[in-house]
Design a protein around this ligand. Structure first.
Ligand code: COA
Ligand code: MG
Length: 291
């Protein structure tokens, strides 16, 4: 099940970890990478392990360090045996990185007596220029791939961009293109697409706009960095009652097995039926999660 809201928590902070477990996020991403200073990585790993062992009401993911970093083995040794639902992988450059990671995880799953493939992968697929050009290679990704997300911060630094947003807070064209490519790359290989974070966590109106736009365009969920962002994101990615009622009418219009139908004076064909079925599936999931 692709989460609607994924809240980052710096894993070196006991206080934030405790707070995060009380937030209605569909998933937490316990961070071992950029939000943790190098000297705190060891304790962050220990905290993340303890949190995974005791569990929580949401899915628990861990963001490990990049595939080419010295921290990778230590992260995997500490985290895989504790059985996170997924690993978020930053600075992935090409599918080969995931294929190698798949093998490293499988060895450790086996040693820990976990079923092979249980731990899913959620790469941040656009953090370097090369990664963007490699978005087409994801079709050979291992079956652990559950979703892709994208990021505009590291990419801006790698491009030498002075900023990634225009005066009204909108992404500049280069970053909009990358966002669309990430969405399309994910859907081309039938995995989830996760919108990047809205860094300005006091900007409620901007968050509502970006979360709604992402949901309308086909993203399945969105990253959060602050507890206050979670409910806004959950709401944006849950179908409204009106959307569910409309989807039910669309499905009912096809009840007689024809390939084309009409509803309220508009033509409906297969893409409309598929959209309606997707809305109902999403409504059922979010209903089952009770928020
Ligand atoms: N997870 C859990 N708890 C969080 C949190 C998070 N991501 N962000 C803030 N909180 C807690 C704070 O500790 C504070 O708790 P308190 O009321 O018990 O004191 C409360 O929520 C309100 O926080 P606030 O004062 O508004 O923000 P802040 O200035 O303490 O923190 C950030 C701001 C950006 C440092 C913080 O939100 C954060 O660490 N975000 C995650 C950063 C991250 O993981 N980045 C990596 C991905 S880019
Ligand atoms: Mg980063």
């Amino acid at each position: 099940m692709i989460p609607r809201s994924l809240l980052f928590v710096p894993a070196d902070s006991d206080k934030k970890l405790a707070k995060a477990l009380t937030v209605p996020a569909d998933a937490l991403i316990l961070d071992l990478e950029d939000s943790v200073a190098a000297q705190n990585r060891g304790s962050a790993r220990e905290n993340a392990r303890a949190c995974l062992k005791s569990g929580g009401p949401m899915q628990l993911y861990v963001r490990i360090n990049p595939p080419d970093s010295d921290d990778l083995d230590r992260d995997l040794d500490a985290i895989v045996p504790a059985g996170p639902a997924a690993l978020v992988v930053p600075k992935v450059e090409a599918v080969e990185d995931l294929i190698r990671l798949d093998g490293l995880i499988a060895e450790r799953e086996e040693r820990a007596g976990l079923p092979r493939g249980q731990i899913k992968l959620l790469p941040v697929a656009t953090e370097t220029p090369r990664a963007v050009l490699n978005l087409l290679t994801w079709r050979t990704a291992p079956p652990r791939l559950m979703a892709l997300t994208w990021g505009a911060e590291d990419l801006a630094a790698a491009l030498g961009a002075r900023t990634n947003r225009g005066p009204a807070g909108e992404f500049l064209l280069t970053f909009q293109v990358v966002r669309s490519l990430a969405l399309i790359a994910a859907k081309a290989v039938r995995v989830g697409a996760i919108e990047t974070l809205h860094a300005d966590f006091r900007d409620d109106a901007g968050l509502v706009r970006s979360a709604r736009a992402a949901a309308q365009e086909g993203f399945d969920g969105m990253l959060a960095i602050h507890p206050a962002q979670v409910e806004v994101i959950n709401a944006a990615f849950s179908p409204s009652e009106a959307e569910v009622a409309h989807a039910r009418r669309v499905v009912a219009a096809f009840a007689h097995g024809e390939g084309v139908a009409s509803l309220e004076g508009k033509m409906l064909d297969m893409p409309h039926l598929k959209q309606a079925q997707a809305v109902l599936a999403r409504a059922e999931q979010t209903g089952l999660r009770g928020h």
